[in-house]
Design a protein around this ligand. Structure first.
Ligand SMILES: [Zn+2]
Length: 60
């Protein structure tokens, strides 16, 4: 049986919902109200999407 791409997308969305995490937060350590780079330990504002110290990016 072949499954449609739509079914796969629904399953992935459900997976993210079940995890309770937004994609933006994946990989970052939390330090008070800051994000902390797990690679170099640099602190960044919660709006940061990548580390400006070492270049680490949670999406890579
Ligand atoms: Zn870093």
């Amino acid at each position: 049986m072949a499954s449609s791409p739509t079914d796969a997308d629904d399953a992935f969305d459900q997976f993210l919902t079940d995890r309770g995490h937004s994609v933006e937060e994946v990989g970052w350590e939390q330090e008070y109200n800051k994000k902390q780079c797990p690679d170099c330990g640099g602190l960044h504002d919660s709006s940061a999407s990548s580390c400006t110290v070492c270049g680490w990016d949670p999406r890579l």
